[in-house]
Design a protein around this ligand. Structure first.
Ligand code: F6P
Length: 328
């Protein structure tokens, strides 16, 4: 039986990601279209605890689809990990008769949602919003496409100077436990090697690859280092490589948080709109404790539990193999 949902709140939590605003807009407008009162929670779970909850109407999300960041703000909230924190948050929802919650975020956000939903029976629908692309159940998470575009724009510029000076660059990109950004931006920017957390590359292997390039007259090279890789940061790897392979002048660039900002790509605006629309419709149908995601070209649901536990299988190893061939 369909629940009679009258009030839905939406929040963004964890690291912001381009496309979150497109998603918030879709959530708010889909709810209003269906006669639901909509609320926005400011600063993620922290806002739930602090009772920072505001009513939203169709105009609250006007002119936001093109904006990076999140108009609802975000936070990483330690207090929500405690029983007391969750209880306060629940009381604040109860006080407004909020019977559905859309959470947009990454694995930390979903872990919180799972505990909260289980403990208090709150109807929760997750939207995968993280540049890291590290949730199972969606081929792409919100913000990932824009982040890759941002990264390749930066690498293209670095390549100009690397080529002019015949240098070897180590470029560190984000992805705490996930090499998705590194792998795809490596292909799109023509990088010589990519170091990922999911698949260890030995120093010997990396040096052999660089030597082979140098011996076939490559005058410059780019190595993309995912921040979660086992060697350490890009500076550490650059040092280790230089000790054994001194063919090029070596430089390091850490791209850092610029990867999280910026206007979302068309892909992320459309994905955010589709996922937000689907999240509310799923709640209205009676679905809960699931995540909406893109598989192929369809929007499908996956239980939050599965989304959290299976993400380590996401590495596109065929693309990694291809990178090796295309960078000779
Ligand atoms: O949003 C995900 C992510 O960008 C990770 O790749 C990175 O490790 C982390 O966030 C850094 O986040 P913060 O600056 O919020 O600590």
């Amino acid at each position: 039986m369909k629940p009679n949902i009258k009030n839905i709140a939406v929040l963004t939590s964890g690291g912001d990601a381009p496309g979150m605003n497109a998603c918030i807009r879709a959530v708010v407008r889909t709810g209003i279209y269906n006669g639901v009162n909509m609320f926005g929670v400011l600063q993620g779970y922290q806002g739930l605890i602090n009772d920072n909850i505001i009513p939203m109407d169709a105009r609250s999300v006007s002119n936001t689809i093109h904006m990076g960041g999140t108009i609802l703000k975000t936070a990483r909230c330690l207090e929500f990990k405690t029983e007391e924190g969750m209880e306060i948050a629940f009381k604040n929802l109860q006080a407004r008769d909020i019977d559905g919650l859309v959470v947009i975020g990454g694995d930390g956000t979903f872990t919180g949602a799972q505990r909260f939903g289980k403990k208090f029976g709150v109807r929760v629908m997750g939207v995968p919003g993280t540049i890291d692309n590290d949730l199972y159940g969606s081929d792409f998470t919100l913000g990932y496409d824009t982040a890759i575009n941002t990264v390749i724009e930066a690498i293209d510029k670095i390549r100009d100077t690397a080529d002019s000076h015949d240098r070897l660059f180590f470029i560190e990109v984000m992805g705490r436990d996930s090499g998705c950004i590194a792998l795809r931006s490596g292909i799109a920017s023509g990088a010589e090697a990519v170091l990922l957390p999911e698949k260890e590359t030995s120093l010997d292997e990396l040096i052999a690859q660089l030597e082979s390039g140098a011996s076939t007259k490559k005058s410059s090279s780019i190595v993309i280092v995912s921040e979660g890789n086992k060697f350490g940061g890009a500076y550490d790897i650059a040092k280790k490589v230089k000790e054994r392979f001194n063919h090029y002048d070596t430089k390091v660039t850490i791209l850092g948080h610029l990867q999280r900002g910026g206007s979302p790509s068309s892909f992320d605006r459309i994905l955010g709109s589709r996922l937000g629309f689907a999240a509310v419709n799923e709640l209205l149908k009676g679905n809960t404790m699931h995540m909406v995601g893109l598989r192929g070209n369809s929007i499908e649901t996956t239980s939050i539990e599965e989304a959290l536990t299976r993400h380590f299988f996401k590495l596109e190893s065929d693309l990694l193999e291809m990178t090796k061939v295309l960078s000779i």
